[in-house]
Write a protein that binds this ligand. Structure first.
Ligand SMILES: [Zn+2]
Length: 86
């Protein structure tokens, strides 16, 4: 399924593919989403991924390798993060 992340300041949105309702974002996808939502250097409008305003998704951080990476999930999906943070 595709999850939509919105920024109501710029009126933009970005979609991420989320098999099973959750997307663990690579650095590359993270950059793409940020660029789509805001992309203005120095702009402080958004959150973790440049999102702003009401969302239909939950955005947070997970860690598999010690590096914190954003995830996006369906609001209602309960999720236990079992990363190996060091
Ligand atoms: Zn912005």
């Amino acid at each position: 399924m595709l999850l939509t992340i919105r920024n109501d300041f710029h009126g933009t949105e970005a979609k991420v593919r989320a098999p099973g309702g959750v997307a663990y974002l690579s650095r590359q996808i993270e950059r793409r989403v940020r660029r789509q939502l805001c992309g203005i250097a120095g702009c402080k409008c958004g959150g973790i991924l440049g999102e702003r305003g009401p969302q239909e998704v939950t955005i947070g951080f997970w860690s598999a390798t010690g590096a914190m990476q954003p995830f996006v999930k369906v609001e209602a999906l309960s999720l236990s993060i079992t990363g190996r943070a060091r």
